[in-house]
Design a protein around this ligand. Structure first.
Ligand SMILES: Nc1nc2c(c(=O)[nH]1)N[C@H]1C(S)=C(S)[C@@H](COP(=O)(O)OP(=O)(O)OC[C@H]3O[C@@H](n4cnc5c(=O)[nH]c(N)nc54)[C@H](O)[C@@H]3O)O[C@H]1N2
Ligand SMILES: Nc1nc2c(c(=O)[nH]1)N[C@H]1C(S)=C(S)[C@@H](COP(=O)(O)OP(=O)(O)OC[C@H]3O[C@@H](n4cnc5c(=O)[nH]c(N)nc54)[C@H](O)[C@@H]3O)O[C@H]1N2
Ligand SMILES: [Mo]
Length: 568
C-alpha cells in the first residue's frame, strides 16, 4: 500500500489508460494478470475485445482469466520472455514487417540489435520457450497487422534476474513496429502499489532526488542544498546534514542483507512488511534479528512488528490528506474522510517530527540556514509539501493543490501552472533523443529444476488479497471468499503425486518449506506450481530465492525450484 522504499517495477506507462483502451488495435499483455491485479484496466481490455474486436495476445505461463478473451495465448516456460520476444522480432524482420521509416528517423543501434535477433530462429525459440513455431508465426503476424499495439506488462516480466533486459526487449519490439509516441501504442508497465509511481517520482529510490534528478550530479545537489538550507553541497560528505552525499544508496533488497552483515545498523521501515514480502524469509528473519535498531511505522502490528524496537502508529489513507500518482502518471487527491484511532498520525507528520528531533540532537544543526525556503521541516499541511515538490521537481512544476481542488487530475510532466499535463510520452522524440535498440540475449533463471527439486515454483497474488495480507486478512468478507493459502497444482502432477482426495501439499525449496491446501487446476502447466504470499502460515517467500537482477535489484520471485509432496 504505502511502499515508500519499494523499487519494484520500473519506468512509467508511456500512454494513458483511456488512450490504449480506445485506440489500441491490439493488446500484447505479457506477465500481467490484468483482470485480477489491475481490474479496471483488465475490464477496459475485455470491453475493447468484446465491443470493438480489438486483438488480444497474452503471453503467460499460466492460464489466467484474460486468456479466455485472448486471440492467442502464448504459454511459454517461466523466465523465457527474452527468447520469446526475440523470436517474434526474428519473424517480423524475416518478413520485412518492421517500420523502416520509424527505425530510420527515431532510433539508433538497429544493426547490432538485428544481428542478435537473427540468432533467435523460430525453431530455436520454440525449443527454449516451449511455444510451438506456428503460434510464434501467428502472434508475429497479429503484431504486424494490428497497429498500433499497446504492450502491457507487470511483475511476470520484471521479477526475474533478467527483469531489466526483459523490459528492454519489449521496448525493442515497440520501436521495431513503430508503436511509440502514438495513441493506442507504447510500453506500459502497470505499476503495482497505488502510489508506487508517486513514491518513485518523489525520490523513494536510492539514486535520485524527486523528479529522477541524479544524486551524482553536483548541480542537482547544489539546488537541493540551497533549497533546504544546507551550508554545502559537498559531494564527498556522507552525512545527511551539512552536505548532500553523492553516493548512490542501497535498495531494499540490499539494505536488509546488509543489516544481516552488520553493515547497516538501523532500519526505518514504513509501509513495508519484509517478513512477508521479501524473498527467502528465513534469511530475512536472521537479518532483522541481527540489526541493532528497527523503527517500524505501521497501521497494524504486522508480521515484521515483533522484530521492531519501536512501533510508531501511522494513519491510514482514509485518515489523511495527500496525493497518489497512479500507474498512468496521473496525480490525484485523497482527502481525509475519518479520524484516526488512538495516537495514529499521518506518515508525513511523523517523519517531519523525527527529522526535527534528529536536527536538534545533531552537532551539525547550526549549519542549516533558517532563511532557506524549505529548511526546518516546518510543515503544517500537505499543500505546503506539494508547493515544495513543485518548486524543486520539474515534472511536477505545475502541480498545485488549487488545481486539483478544481477537479484537475494532471498527468506529469506538468511543466508550469498553466500546462495541461502530458497524456502520452515520447511524441515526436524520446527523452534521450533517439530511441536505442539493445541487443538482448536469453539467460536462464538463477535456479531451475533438477532431480531433487523437480518443479518450478512461480509466485504472485490473487484477486482477494493484498501482499502480506495485513489489510485484507482483516476484512471479514474477503476472508470468507478466500480464507487460506492455496497452492495451484496441475492435474497431471496431482495424479502423479497421488493427491486424490488428499488436499494438502508440502512444498519445499533449498531455503524452506510450507504446507497448504492444493488447488488442483489447469491454470498451471504440468511441472509448475503457483503460490501466493498472503498468509503468514504458508507464505511463498519461505521458499523463494534472493537472486537479484543486477541492474534493478529486483528478486526472481517468479522462478525457483521446489519439490512437492502430499502432506499428512
Ligand atoms: N488484488 C490485488 N491486486 C494487486 C496487488 C495485490 O496484492 N492484490 N498488488 C499490486 C502490486 S504491488 C503489483 S506489483 C501488481 C502485480 O500485478 P501482476 O504482475 O499482474 O501480478 P502477479 O500475480 O505478480 O503475476 C503476474 C503474472 O505473471 C505471470 N508470470 C509468471 N512468470 C512469468 C514469466 O516468466 N513470464 C511471463 N510473461 N509471465 C509470467 C503469472 O502467471 C501472472 O499471471 O498487482 C497490484 N494489484
Ligand atoms: N513471492 C513474492 N513476493 C513478492 C512479490 C511477488 O510477486 N512474489 N511481489 C513484490 C511486490 S511487487 C511488492 S510491491 C511487495 C509488497 O510488499 P509490502 O510493501 O511489504 O506489502 P504491503 O502489504 O503492500 O504493505 C506493507 C505494509 O504497509 C502497511 N500500510 C498500509 N497503509 C499504510 C500507511 O498509510 N502508512 C504506513 N506507515 N503503513 C501502511 C500495511 O499494514 C502493510 O503491513 O511484495 C513483493 N514480494
Ligand atoms: Mo508491486
Amino acid at each position: 500500500m504505502a511502499g515508500l522504499a519499494t523499487s519494484f517495477g520500473s519506468g512509467a506507462m508511456t500512454n494513458s489508460i483511456d488512450d490504449i483502451a480506445e485506440h489500441a488495435k491490439a493488446f500484447f499483455v505479457i506477465g500481467s494478470n490484468t483482470t485480477e491485479q489491475h481490474p479496471i484496466i483488465g475490464m477496459r481490455i475485455r470491453q475493447a475485445v468484446r465491443q470493438r474486436e480489438a486483438v488480444l495476445i497474452v503471453a503467460d505461463p499460466r492460464r489466467i482469466d484474460l486468456t479466455d478473451f485472448a486471440t492467442i495465448h502464448l504459454r511459454h516456460e517461466p523466465g523465457t520472455d527474452i527468447a520469446l520476444v526475440n523470436g517474434l522480432m526474428n519473424i517480423i524482420l524475416a518478413n520485412g514487417w518492421e517500420d523502416g521509416e520509424f527505425i530510420a528517423a527515431r532510433t539508433e543501434g538497429f544493426d547490432d540489435f538485428k544481428s542478435a535477433v537473427e540468432e533467435y530462429t523460430p525453431d530455436r525459440v520454440a525449443e527454449i520457450t516451449g511455444v510451438p513455431v506456428e503460434q510464434l508465426q501467428q502472434a508475429a503476424e497479429l503484431l504486424a497487422e494490428n497497429k498500433p499495439t499497446a504492450v502491457l506488462w507487470a511483475m511476470g516480466i520484471t521479477q526475474h534476474t533478467t527483469g531489466t533486459h526483459n523490459v528492454m526487449s519489449l521496448a525493442n519490439l515497440q520501436m521495431l513496429l513503430g508503436n511509440m509516441g502514438v495513441p493506442g501504442g507504447g510500453t506500459n508497465p502497470l505499476r503495482g502499489q497505488n502510489n508506487v509511481q508517486g513514491a518513485c517520482d518523489l525520490g523513494g529510490l536510492p539514486n535520485v532526488y524527486p523528479g529522477y534528478q541524479s544524486v551524482t550530479s553536483a548541480e542537482v545537489r547544489e539546488k537541493f542544498a540551497q533549497a533546504w538550507g544546507l551550508s554545502t553541497a559537498d559531494g564527498g560528505s556522507q552525512t545527511a546534514v551539512g552536505g548532500l552525499s553523492s553516493a548512490v544508496g542501497l535498495g531494499i533488497t540490499e539494505m536488509i542483507p546488509a543489516a544481516g552483515e552488520g553493515k547497516v545498523k538501523a532500519l526505518y521501515i514504513l509501509g513495508e512488511d519484509p517478513i512477508m514480502s521479501d524473498p527467502d524469509t528465513n534469511h530475512i528473519r536472521h537479518c532483522l534479528e541481527s540489526c541493532d535498531f528497527i523503527l517500524l511505522q505501521e497501521i497494524f502490528p504486522s508480521e515484521t512488528a515483533p522484530y521492531a524496537d519501536v512501533l510508531l502508529p501511522g494513519a491510514s489513507f482514509a485518515e489523511k490528506d495527500g496525493t497518489f500518482t497512479n500507474t498512468e502518471r496521473r496525480i490525484q487527491m485523497g482527502r481525509k474522510a475519518i479520524e484516526s484511532p488512538g495516537e495514529a498520525k499521518p506518515d508525513w507528520w511523523i517523519t517531519a517530527e523525527l527529522a526535527k528531533r534528529v536536527l536538534q540532537t545533531s552537532d551539525d544543526s547550526r549549519k542549516i540556514d533558517p532563511a532557506a525556503p524549505y529548511s526546518g521541516w516546518e510543515y503544517e499541511n500537505t499543500a505546503q509539501i506539494m508547493a515544495e515538490i513543485a518548486a524543486l521537481t520539474p515534472s511536477y512544476a505545475g502541480v498545485r493543490y488549487e488545481r486539483m481542488e478544481n477537479g484537475e487530475t494532471l498527468q506529469w510532466p506538468v511543466k508550469d501552472k498553466n500546462h495541461p499535463g502530458t497524456p502520452i510520452l515520447h511524441v515526436g522524440q524520446f527523452a534521450r533523443g533517439l530511441g536505442k535498440f539493445h541487443p538482448i540475449e536469453h539467460v536462464p533463471p538463477a535456479e531451475l529444476p533438477d532431480d531433487e527439486y523437480p518443479i518450478i515454483l512461480s509466485t504472485g497474488r490473487v484477486l482477494f488479497h493484498w501482499h502480506g495480507g495485513q489489510m485484507t486478512r482483516r476484512s471479514k468478507g474477503l476472508l470468507e471468499i478466500y480464507p487460506q493459502a492455496l497452492i495451484e497444482v496441475n492435474e497431471d502432477d496431482a495424479a502423479k503425486l497421488g493427491l486424490n482426495g488428499n488436499k494438502r501439499v508440502r512444498v519445499s525449496s533449498r531455503r524452506g518449506s510450507i504446507e497448504a491446501k492444493a488447488l488442483i487446476t489447469d491454470r498451471v502447466p504440468p511441472g509448475m506450481v503457483y503460490a501466493n504470499f498472503h498468509f503468514p502460515e504458508a507464505s511463498a517467500n519461505e521458499l523463494t530465492i534472493a537472486a537479484l537482477d543486477p541492474i534493478a535489484k529486483i528478486p526472481e520471485y517468479k522462478v525457483c525450484a521446489v519439490k512437492v509432496e502430499v502432506a499428512n
